[in-house]
Design a binder for this molecule. Structure first.
Ligand code: FPP
Length: 247
């Protein structure tokens, strides 16, 4: 109640905009079962809700929007659901990419591509190449992504360089390590949103969230709109970030 009132408080003059917002899009299944629909329908509506988040990000002046679309653990879902999700992602990469490009959105995909079909890998390369010079918003889609996997492969890359004599392990810096992560070149998220009332990270951006603000909202992902995004940005503006330092 107090929070809702403060969101519309005209005296709130804070204009801190998060540079990077990352979202765990959760609740597609519950959205569908509440309506006695198949889970596939929840995912379809979830894919449609992505548009609202992009519009919200552009309206707010956010530079990077990362969406957790398919985790490395999601491969363990029933084959039919994996196939539905992959179908939606393929469609998104081939159909939606044209309008994203027109709107000046750059697309980047993070995650382990080894398990993706050749067709999806090809669409990713094409979409990233087409949009690489766009600067209005960078849309980062986490696909076949797992943060522990990401950190582990970065550690391996660093170890290989050290063994080859290309790197002094005692001098290894956070910046050098970050260069080996899928997210290299992308600033750390300022704000993490998770929908559907669940309050956990689920192996998402574990290294990158060291100083992020977290916002858990009850809205199920298919119901998430650009207005929800705008409210989240307002909540962020009221948070005091200290980065471990005393004010
Ligand atoms: C979690 O809901 C959501 C997912 C596992 C997939 C997210 C995918 C989309 C929103 C669609 C495709 C995305 C793009 C970018 C086109 P859940 O199934 O775990 O829901 P539940 O917890 O209610 O069962």
């Amino acid at each position: 109640m107090a929070l809702a009132a403060s969101l519309i408080d005209p005296m709130n003059k804070s204009h801190d905009t998060p540079r990077h917002v990352a979202i765990v899009m959760d609740g597609n299944g519950r959205w569908a079962s509440k309506r006695s629909l198949a889970r596939a329908m929840g995912h379809k509506r979830g894919a449609e809700a992505v548009r609202g988040a992009i519009e919200g990000a552009v309206d707010a002046g956010v530079e990077y929007l990362t969406l957790y679309a398919f985790s490395s653990e999601n491969w363990n879902r029933p084959a039919e659901e994996v196939s539905d999700l992959m179908g939606l992602l393929k469609l998104y990469l081939t159909r939606e990419i044209k309008s994203l490009h027109k709107e000046g959105v750059r697309l980047r995909i993070i995650g382990n591509r080894d398990r993706l079909s050749a067709e999806i890998k090809k669409s990713i390369t094409k979409a990233e190449e087409l949009t690489k010079n766009n600067g209005r918003l960078t849309l980062v889609i986490a696909l076949s992504y797992g943060s522990r996997d990401e950190i582990l492969q970065a550690a391996k890359a660093v170890a290989i360089k050290a063994t080859a004599g290309d790197l002094d392990i005692d001098q290894l810096t956070e910046e050098q390590f970050e260069r080996e992560l899928f997210t290299h070149g992308i600033p750390d998220p300022d704000l993490i949103i998770r929908t559907s009332g669940e309050q956990r990270l689920s192996n998402f951006l574990l290294w990158q969230v060291a100083y992020s603000e977290f916002l858990f909202v009850d809205t199920l992902w298919p119901d998430f709109t650009k207005e929800h995004f705008a409210s989240a940005v307002k909540v962020f503006a009221m948070r005091e970030r200290r980065y471990g330092v005393r004010p």
